[in-house]
Design a protein. Structure first.
Lengths: 299, 323
C-alpha cells in the first residue's frame, strides 16, 4: 500500500511514522536502541552498579582499573574505572542522563520558539515576516558550534546557559520549516473557513494550521535533538560546556582524553561509543522519518 | 540588483556592529584580566598601574569607543598574554588553519563526490544503502572523539603518524606551508582527515541528491537516445549540473570548517586560530577573544554576502523574490 493511500485513509501521523520505521529493519533496530538508551538513562539510579556521585561508594584505590577488573569491595567493573576510581559503566549511565536531558530540553525549547516565530512570520507576512526570516537566514549562515561558543564566552558557563546557547542556534531550523509549511497551509480553504467563522488569529495558527505542519517539524526535531547532544558534548569537551558537577558524555570523554596517551583507553573509548550509538541511532530514525513523512516524497 | 546588494551590505554592517557591542560587553563581564596577569602578591599600586596602562579603569562606553576607533584602523588592542597586537597574533596563526581547512575540503571532495555519484546511480541498491548509512554514521561521529580515536589507532598503537603539532614547514612560492616537507605532510594528515569526515558525509548526500534529481530530466534521456556512453553522461552531463549546488554549499561550508577547526586544533595541538581562541578563553585574553570573534564573523558575513550576490547573479528568481 502506498503512502498516499494511507494518507487518504486518514491514518494518524503517529501511525504513519511508526509504520514507516517498522518497514525498515535498520530504522527499527535504531528505534529499539534509542528506547533502550532512554530507559537506561531514566532508570540509571536503579540500574547502575554504583552511584558515581556518592563518594562513599567510590574507592580511590580502584582508580584506572581496566575493564572486567574486580574492585576492592568485590564489585566487578565491567568497563573499568576512571582516575577517581569510579565505575565507568555507572558514570556513563549518569552521563547519558545529562546528555539526553540537555538534548531533549534544548530541542523542546528550540521547537517551541522556532515554531511560534515561524507561524507568526507566515501568518503576518510583510515587514515582520521579512524581519524574522532575515534573522533566520543570518542564524543559518553561521555554524552552530561557533555561535554556541560565542554565547558561552559572552554569558559564561552553566547547564542552563548551554541549553540557552543550543536553543539560540537551533530555533532557526524550526522557524524556516514551519514558515514554509504554514505558507502553503494558509492558502487552503479550511483556513479561509476558520477566518470566516471569526476565530482568533492565535487559534487559527495553533489549532488549525500547526497540526498540518507537524510532519516536517517531527523530522527536524529528531535530527536537532541528535545535533544538540553532539554539540553539547563538543562544548563540554572544549571545557566551555557543562560544569564538572554534572558530567555529560562529552565531559567523560574529555577526562579520558587526559589519560589516553598513557594507555587508559577505556575512559574515552566507551563513553565515545555510547555517544556515537545515541547520536547515530537518533539520526537513523530521523532519516527514516524524513523518508516517510516528507510530503514531497509521498507519491 | 544594485539595490539588493546595497540592502545586504547595510544588513552586514548592522550585524557587525551588534556583534561587536555584545561581544565587547559580554567578554568584559566574564572576568578580571588583572587576576590572571598579575602575581597573587601584587600590591594595590601595581594593580592600579597595570589597569591604567590597559585602560581597564575607564567606563565601558569609553572603552568601547576606543576599541571601535582602534578596530576601524585594524588595531584590536594588545593581547594580555602575548603582549603583541591581537590582530598580529591571529593573522600569524591564520595560515595554519587555512592550510588545514583547505586540505580537509580537498579530501572531502575527492572521497565524497565519487561515493555520492556511485550511490546516486545505484539508488535503492545495497551499495547505495551502505554508502548512505555510512554518511549518517559520518556526521553522527562526534568530531572530537573521532580525532582521539585516530590518534589512538594511528599514533599510539600503530605509530605511523605523529599526533600533535604542525611539524616542519617549508616555503612554496613565498608561502610557508606544511606541503613543502614530508614531515609537515605527515603532521597534516590526521588533523585533516578528522576535519574532513563530517564534510565528506555532506558532500556524499549533496552529490547523491543532485544525481537523483538530474537523472530523470529530458536532456539525459536525449543524451541516452543519442547513444552517448553511460560514463560520459554521468561525468560530463550530470556532473555539470550538480556542480553548481555543490560548489555553493562548499563555499558556505568552508566557513564552518574554519569554525570546526577549533575542535580539531585542540585535539591535535595544531597551532592555528582555533587552538588560539580556546587557549585565550581559558586565559581570559580579552583582546584576542574579541578580535577572533569579530574577524571570524566578518569572514562569515563576507562569505555569505558573496554567496548571495553570486546566487542572485546566477538565478534571477532570487532577486525578484527579495524585492
Amino acid at each position: 500500500m502506498s503512502e498516499a493511500a494511507s494518507y487518504l485513509r486518514g491514518q494518524s501521523l503517529f501511525a504513519r511514522a511508526i509504520r514507516g520505521i517498522l518497514q525498515s529493519p535498520k530504522a527499527t533496530a535504531a528505534l529499539i536502541v534509542c528506547l533502550l538508551l532512554v530507559a537506561a538513562a531514566v532508570f540509571a539510579p536503579l540500574l547502575a552498579p554504583q552511584n558515581p556521585y556518592d563518594l562513599a561508594q567510590i574507592d580511590f584505590f580502584d582508580s584506572k582499573l581496566p575493564p572486567l577488573s574486580e574492585g576492592s569491595t568485590g564489585i566487578t567493573y565491567w568497563l573499568g574505572t576512571d582516575t577517581q576510581g569510579r565505575d565507568m559503566l555507572s558514570a556513563m549511565m549518569y552521563g547519558l542522563r545529562t546528555s539526553l536531558g540537555v538534548g531533549l530540553i534544548s530541542g523542546f525549547f528550540a521547537l517551541a520558539v522556532g515554531t511560534s516565530l515561524g507561524l507568526v512570520a507566515a501568518y503576518s507576512g510583510g515587514r515582520l515576516d521579512s524581519f524574522i526570516m532575515r534573522f533566520v537566514d543570518l542564524m543559518l549562515g553561521f555554524p552552530t558550534i561557533l555561535v554556541a561558543l560565542m554565547i558561552l564566552v559572552v554569558f559564561g558557563q552553566g547547564t542552563w546557559k548551554v541549553i540557552l546557547a543550543l536553543v539560540f542556534v537551533q530555533w532557526a531550523y524550526f522557524a524556516r520549516a514551519v514558515r514554509a509549511a504554514a505558507l502553503v497551509e494558509s492558502s487552503r480553504d479550511y483556513v479561509e473557513a476558520a477566518r470566516c467563522l471569526g476565530l482568533s488569529a492565535p487559534r487559527i495558527l495553533f489549532a488549525q494550521i500547526l497540526p498540518n505542519c507537524l510532519p516536517p517539524l517531527i523530522v527536524i526535531a529528531t535530527i536537532q535533538v541528535a545535533s544538540a547532544i553532539a554539540a553539547e558534548a563538543t562544548l563540554s569537551f572544549l571545557g566551555i560546556g557543562l560544569p564538572i558537577t554534572e558530567p555529560s558524555l562529552g565531559l567523560l570523554i574529555a577526562n579520558g582524553y587526559q589519560v589516553l596517551l598513557a594507555g587508559v583507553y577505556w575512559m574515552s573509548v566507551f563513553p565515545g561509543l555510547l555517544l556515537l550509538l545515541l547520536v547515530f541511532s537518533i539520526n537513523l530514525v530521523g532519516d527514516r522519518l524524513r523518508e516517510t513523512l516528507n510530503p514531497r516524497l509521498v507519491q | 540588483m544594485t539595490a539588493f546588494l546595497i540592502r545586504r551590505l547595510v544588513q552586514a554592517v548592522i550585524v557587525l556592529i551588534v556583534t561587536s557591542v555584545i561581544v565587547f560587553t559580554g567578554v568584559f563581564a566574564i572576568g578580571d584580566p588583572l587576576e590572571i596577569l598579575l602575581p597573587a602578591d601584587a600590591s594595590m599600586a601595581e594593580r592600579e598601574q597595570v589597569a591604567e596602562s590597559l585602560g581597564l579603569n575607564d567606563p565601558l562606553p569609553v572603552q568601547y569607543l576606543g576599541f571601535v576607533t582602534d578596530a576601524l584602523q585594524g588595531n584590536f588592542g594588545r593581547s594580555f598574554v602575548y603582549n603583541r597586537p591581537a590582530t598580529e597574533v591571529i593573522l600569524e596563526r591564520l595560515p595554519a588553519t587555512l592550510e588545514l581547512t583547505f586540505t580537509a575540503l580537498v579530501i572531502s571532495l575527492v572521497i565524497g563526490i565519487p561515493l555520492g555519484l556511485w550511490a546516486g546511480v545505484r539508488a535503492g541498491s545495497a551499495t547505495d544503502e551502505t554508502i548512505m548509512t555510512g554518511s549518517i554514521l559520518g556526521f553522527s561521529l562526534p568530531n572530537f572523539w573521532q580525532g582521539m580515536m585516530l590518534i589512538m589507532i594511528f599514533s599510539v598503537t600503530l605509530g605511523w603518524l605523529p599526533s600533535t603539532g604542525r611539524g616542519e614547514t617549508g616555503t612554496i612560492l613565498g608561502i610557508e606551508t606544511s606541503f613543502a616537507t614530508w614531515d609537515g605532510l605527515k603532521h597534516l594528515l590526521l588533523p585533516a582527515i578528522n576535519l574532513a569526515l563530517a564534510q565528506t558525509a555532506l558532500v556524499i548526500r549533496l552529490t547523491r541528491t543532485g544525481v537523483q534529481e538530474t537523472m530523470p530530466l529530458d536532456f539525459i534521456k536525449f543524451a541516452r537516445a543519442r547513444g552517448i556512453s553511460s560514463p560520459r553522461i554521468l561525468f560530463v552531463h550530470v556532473m555539470k549540473n550538480i556542480l553548481i549546488p555543490i560548489v555553493t554549499v562548499i563555499g558556505i561550508e568552508f566557513g564552518s570548517l574554519v569554525a570546526f577547526a577549533v575542535v580539531t586544533e585542540t585535539i591535535f595541538a595544531w597551532p592555528g586560530i582555533g587552538k588560539l581562541i580556546i587557549d585565550s578563553i581559558n586565559a581570559l585574553d580579552r583582546p584576542i577573544i574579541v578580535s577572533y570573534i569579530l574577524i571570524v564573523v566578518t569572514m562569515f558575513i563576507v562569505i555569505n554576502f558573496c554567496v548571495d550576490a553570486l546566487y542572485s547573479l546566477l538565478d534571477p528568481r532570487i532577486r525578484v523574490s527579495a524585492q
